[in-house]
Design a protein around this ligand. Sequence first.
Ligand SMILES: [Zn+2]
Ligand SMILES: [Zn+2]
Ligand SMILES: [Zn+2]
Length: 160
Amino acid sequence: MSEESENCPKCGAPLSEVAETATGRKLRRCSQGSWNPQTHKTEGCDFVLWLQVEPKELDEKCPKCGAPLILQVTRFGKKMKKCSAGGWDSEVKKPTGCDYVEWINGTREALDEKCPQCGADLILFTTAGGKRAKKCSTAGWDKVARQATGCTYIQWLKAG
Ligand SMILES: [Zn+2]
Ligand SMILES: [Zn+2]
Ligand SMILES: [Zn+2]
């Protein structure tokens, strides 16, 4: 990690090292400030510098335009694959360039179990938030019609 000697624009004290939140966002607090969990207030200087989580270039190409895809984490910790040819015009608040985005909805694993509704294989589905469910492998999502397709069987698993 590079030690950038940046100073707080509010009080001039050096910024502390990069910290990461539970959702994967990165920030640097002013070294003169600290979060008090008892009072739910920042004590001292309250300056926080949010860092942009650097997009990671993937070894995959955009199905729309062929540019490389990048992996991005949103402010809320959701992950998505985005076309590197796409951008965001903050003046008109509209996306520019290629608009291809694919949300990463977690992982799926094949199970050695059959769907009680249709007899197809079940898969173990883990959401981006860590919830797990057994789902029918024929279930899908029609992006054009914006509706679920295939078998609707789902069984959510309790954590732990
Ligand atoms: Zn400060
Ligand atoms: Zn593209
Ligand atoms: Zn099924």
